[in-house]
Design a protein around this ligand. Structure first.
Ligand code: SF4
Ligand code: SF4
Length: 486
């Protein structure tokens, strides 16, 4: 079903009045904005598909390795231990979206969101290719529907694999693709589920993703103000809308119109509903700003072509702010949100860069092993710990471990130096040994110094546990007794 929303009661634009699905088949309106969106959209698709195959410092430009908990962005790898950096990065992205929306409305939705780009520039063109364009005679042939779905399936499979490559890397992906699914059932299942969801979304759910599911669309009303750039109909120019009558005996193609004397003078909108039949979310932009509008600019292209035909200036529907188009006041660029958001963004970016530049080359932690916190061995206290070193540099490094604050022989940290590969993490079980008599209480702090011999040093404080003082005496007596018995 195509065309204007005509139910008697106000319902969602994707529903009929009885609650059944209203299948939208928007007409394509060629024009300058559609051309621009095609250039941007196809460039983004190519970028999305090529990016996982590129390498910077041996890694893809973007790799969100959830299993190893490493997040790589253009040669920079963040780990879960970089909590502050990750938090700043996420805040920066979130605030950028809010700022972009405050300035340019839903430009992201119409021009760059994968949902819009794939639906309008990949899946709908495939549908039109097999079944015919909306408003025209449908193409005949029972094979067309299965062929359309088969093409959808192939595209969804390729997109799903590309999407997964951002999480596992192309090397793993190739290995899995060339092997039997039985050797890697979990990745195969993930790929199958992702393909299924792509098919479900682009073949069935479609614009409902923007209207019903996407939280960004729901939040837009709080992010916009009357000075934000949106796509809007100019009611001052278009109303009252209505069809104008052609002059009697006017030659075919003559756009000269006459106004009947007892009719009110009509605005420029001839109520042709071209802007409605082309809308991929099924709304009428003349009803004002609506959360269903994804700012795809198809209604601008449609209306501009109508204005060209009737000899009126373009721009009855256009990019503009509510303040400038509807209130007819001059737009205000300098307003609280256009000052506060950039200031916060600059602060977040500055903080991110500072922390990134000053973060250490390696992250070292000492973790107490499971089980008893200490053991007594030949009168010494032994603490079993795990020494974990994360090498954040682009080269392999050999790390050594010393105890700078204790006298020689007082506490021992047996074990040699070990090498940690570039951007790898190595965990080693280590036993910290100290004489029982060196504990004044049931615990003592020691500092473990990790160094690479090239200038990097990191001191990690660890609390060694021992028996409480009362129990220490018993332990010593038992020790002495055991030695006497011997
Ligand atoms: S109202 Fe216009 S800009 Fe908004 S979604 Fe519909 S066609 Fe696109
Ligand atoms: S396309 Fe333009 S003229 Fe036609 S109904 Fe929409 S706003 Fe009016």
């Amino acid at each position: 079903m195509t065309g204007a929303p005509e139910p008697e009661v106000q319902v969602l634009s994707t529903l009929n009045a009885d609650g059944s699905r209203r299948w939208l088949k928007p007409k394509v309106s060629p024009g300058r904005f559609l051309n621009g969106r095609k250039v941007v959209g196809y460039a983004l698709i190519a970028f999305f598909c090529v990016l996982p195959h590129l390498r910077i410092n041996g890694k893809p430009p973007i790799l969100l390795d959830l299993l190893r908990r490493e997040f790589t962005f253009w040669g920079m790898t963040l780990y879960p231990t970089d909590t502050l950096l990750l938090a700043l990065l996420m805040l920066f992205v979130l605030l950028s979206i809010i700022f972009l929306t405050a300035m340019f409305g839903r430009v992201w939705c119409g021009w760059a969101c994968p949902q819009t780009v794939y639906l309008e520039l990949v899946y709908r063109p495939i549908e039109r290719f097999f079944l015919g364009a909306p408003g025209r005679k449908p193409k005949e042939g029972g094979w067309r529907q299965p062929a359309k779905f088969l093409t959808y399936l192939v595209i969804s499979f390729l997109l799903a694999n590309t999407f997964i490559a951002y999480f596992v890397g192309t090397d793993n992906l190739w290995r899995w693709m060339l092997g039997s699914p039985l050797t890697h059932p979990v990745p195969f299942l993930v790929m199958a589920v992702t393909t299924f969801f792509m098919m479900f979304d682009f073949a069935f759910f479609r614009e409902q993703m923007c209207i019903v599911t996407c939280p960004y669309g729901r939040f837009q009303s709080v992010m916009l103000d009357r000075n934000s750039l949106i796509i809007t109909y100019d009611p001052n120019r278009g109303e009252p809308r209505g069809k104008k009558r052609r002059k009697k005996n006017a030659p075919a193609g003559d756009v000269a119109l006459k106004v009947i004397p007892d009719e009110p003078e009509l605005g420029d909108c001839i109520d042709c509903k071209m802007c409605v039949t082309t809308c991929p979310t099924g709304i009428d932009i003349r009803d004002g700003l609506q959360l269903e509008c994804v700012n795809c600019a198809q209604c601008i292209d449609a209306c501009d072509s109508v204005m060209d035909k009737i000899g009126k200036p373009r721009g009855l529907i256009r990019y503009g702010s509510q303040a400038s188009v509807i209130d007819k006041v001059k737009g205000n660029l300098l307003r609280p949100r256009t000052v506060i958001y950039p200031a916060l963004l600059a602060a977040l970016f500055g903080g991110f860069v500072f922390i990134l530049l000053t973060r250490s080359e390696a992250y070292v932690s000492i973790i107490r092993q499971r089980g008893a916190p200490f053991a007594l061995v030949d009168g010494d206290v032994v603490n079993a710990v795990t020494l974990k070193v994360q090498n954040r540099t682009p080269v392999d490094v050999e790390y050594t471990f010393t105890l700078p604050d204790v006298e020689a022989g007082e506490v021992e940290i047996p074990g040699e130096a070990f090498v940690v590969g570039s951007r790898e993490t190595v965990s080693r079980p280590v036993r910290l040994v100290a004489p029982l008599g060196s504990f004044k209480t049931g615990a003592r702090d020691i500092v473990v110094r990790v160094s690479d011999g090239q200038g990097f040093e990191s001191d990690v404080t660890y609390r060694m546990m021992a028996p409480a003082p009362g129990r220490q005496r018993n332990s010593q007596e038992n020790n002495t007794k055991e030695q006497g018995d011997d």
